[in-house]
Design a protein around this ligand. Sequence first.
Ligand SMILES: Cc1cc2nc3c(=O)[nH]c(=O)nc-3n(C[C@H](O)[C@H](O)[C@H](O)COP(=O)(O)O)c2cc1C
Length: 186
Amino acid sequence: MDAISALHNRVSVAKLGEPGPNGTQLDIMLRAAMRAPDHGVLRPWRFMVIEGAQRERLGDIFVEARLQSEPDCDPAALDKLRGKPLRAPMILVVVAETDPDNRVPVVEQIVATGAAIQNIMVAAHALGIGAMWRTGGMASHPLVKRRLGFADKDEIVGYIYLGTPTGSVKRVPEEAHVPYLRDMPQ
Ligand SMILES: Cc1cc2nc3c(=O)[nH]c(=O)nc-3n(C[C@H](O)[C@H](O)[C@H](O)COP(=O)(O)O)c2cc1C
């Protein structure tokens, strides 16, 4: 698939099954991430690969975090939360390990990490791998960051769910072909 076709036709895939990306495919996606624009060449991104039983550990961390902020949380909600990382065979936790003292503002370090994620999303599409960028409350919870070995100042920019699309993949919406142009005010 050529690059323009991948850029024009990428869609998120929520329903993902086995197999997850193999080592070669993961390497291709991470090399694509490394080519994201990066002010100051800080390489602020970190990629944590979670697969197999590690997904259950991540689910347990989510539950621990939710219980810390909401001790009376409904057990059914906790069970649902625990199961979230099982929605795909592989999850890439993408974190901006920010440097607040750098002349490059932290927001730009986070944006660069988002650009790295987008390169992963497009590379996954080009490889025929389904991908979905997720965040939610478990992306900003301090306990989750700490349990994964990151500092409070760092940002989990995305949980990238990766696997083989199960079922039909949605169509690119018509609206995607309309450029959102604005005229400069006079
Ligand atoms: C930073 C970020 C966080 C997101 N978090 C979620 C999420 O937690 N849950 C979700 O269903 N979609 C989330 N999305 C949206 C999906 O990843 C996806 O982009 C959206 O459903 C549109 O589908 P498309 O990518 O096929 O156009 C997020 C997107 C971004 C950029």
